[in-house]
Design a protein around this ligand. Structure first.
Ligand code: 5GP
Ligand code: ZN
Length: 114
């Protein structure tokens, strides 16, 4: 738990979200500012600032976050495809420094994203 992290607050139940899934290691909830008809985030419960901070010890957890994201996309009916995004650092557009995977779908996503 990082005291200054809003996603750690969400995990601790201190901030309300539209929760989609939770187990001992990961949590998924709808993004507060959706960029597509379906837009949810999957996060590890263990605080990890972002992709740049991943160590070999985190590999199973990061794999589980991605597997959970694809599993939930399927469960939510995104059978025609979806986009997964992981922003890293300032130039990557990261605004919350707790590792998270965005899953967006329900419309045709454009490329390049800009
Ligand atoms: P980033 O830009 O760091 O990759 O994405 C952070 C995402 O978290 C943004 O899409 C933003 O809308 C979402 N977000 C930030 N604060 C909250 C919050 O309090 N609740 C929810 N549900 N999403 C949030
Ligand atoms: Zn955190």
């Amino acid at each position: 738990m990082d005291d200054n992290c809003i996603f750690c607050e969400i995990i601790a139940g201190e901030m309300a979200v539209e929760k989609i899934y939770e187990d001992d290691e990961v949590m998924a909830f709808n993004d507060i500012n959706p960029q597509a008809p379906a837009h949810f985030l999957v996060i590890p419960k263990h605080h990890l600032a972002g992709p740049s901070e991943i160590t070999s010890a985190d590999e199973p957890l990061v794999g589980k976050v991605i597997h959970t994201a694809t599993h939930l996309a399927k469960k939510l009916g995104l059978s025609n495809g979806f986009r997964m995004v992981i922003n890293n650092g300032e130039d990557g557009g990261q605004t919350v420094y707790h590792f998270h995977v965005h899953v967006m779908g329900g419309r045709r996503m454009t490329w390049p994203p800009g």
